[in-house]
Design a protein around this ligand. Sequence first.
Ligand SMILES: [Cu+2]
Length: 420
Amino acid sequence: MTKHTTSMGGAMLLALALASFPAPARGAIPGVEGPSFSLTARAGFVSTPEGGSIYSWGYADGAGLMQYPGPSLLVDEGDVVTVTLSNELPVNVSIVFPGQQGVTALGGVPGALTSEVEPGGTPVTYQFTAARPGTYQYFTGTDTQLGVEMGLVGALIVRSATAGWAYGHADGAYDREFLVLETEMDPIIHELVETGRIAEVDFTAYRPVYWFLNGRSAPDTMVPAGAQWFPHQPYSCMPMSHPGDRLLVRLINAGRGLHPFHTHGQHMRIIAQDGRLLESAPGAGADLSFLRFTTTVAPGGTEDAIYSWTGDNLGWDVYGHRPGDPLEPGEYALDHGKPFPVIMPDPKDLEPGPYYAGSPFLGVAGYRPPVAGTSPNAHAGYVFMWHSHKEYEMVNNDTPPGGMMTMLIVEHPDVPVMEM
Ligand SMILES: [Cu+2]
């Protein structure tokens, strides 16, 4: 454990970070554009919010740094995808692509599941046709138990031929998309591997204490993508929305445990599993979709969910409108003009947190006393926690809060949504 980082409150540093990093296209998931990829398996260090640093393995984009998770591979439906893998690790590695058919492998040495690259050995080139749109993952097919724990995992996203649809049907239409890739780590295993004691690794004693969304633990999940102080963890996990937006949440369980993932504010509608639309017949749409308070993705699997927050059925107007005021875009019309049903306490009796704007209404910044060490909610957006409902996974090395947790921010329709 040679490298240490200082972690700071995410929200405090947003403005600083946003000033200096390129943002992906509007509402898109950051990653590497295909259809040809060159990946290298190499080692690096994963930073944890309490200041820790964990020796890990991962896939790098060509000559780039090892990434946790590996680069999100972005391809289009029908692409002939080519992935060439090189290996700088001390063990054989490979890649398997669950959900893809007809994968060929050229070069390397034969392995149990696919061709492998020996340490410093000749690369393997994998090829397949991305025949069906959807959310997939990729990971090492060589000693997968250890390799996945060490970080050899990533997302593969096959975009539909119809822009703005996740699948070939309007039921998968979305305005913005987000990746939520779940993993966990037991640092004892990583230390054994770092010090050349792989033979001592004992998975019967497996006890993860770090829990990640897109390779980061809270509150680092809320620091923008590409932040320089996370050289090996370039992806954030912070969904942003306007009222009424349809968010496509691409959920991947790239670890070995079960994580009941809960989105506050609104249930998710699960429209696809393992890259297949939940349809009763081809062309039927997502007629087998279902609503979930929490959703638990099987290890190795994926789910696609549509999440759309309007504040429906709250019974009061989230904007604080009077009955004659015009509707906002995406407003839940049945509650228009209905009064806020709570008598607000005296501000002197409140201890507002950093996300409270001083008012219960969307886009209205009310009174809040100055509080040292917190950041005001400048846009008066609504903030909803998304997290694993296993509370012991909302920790960083057993210290809460942290781990598998982030926040969704709903901004007023007049406020541009940040790209995170
Ligand atoms: Cu919850």
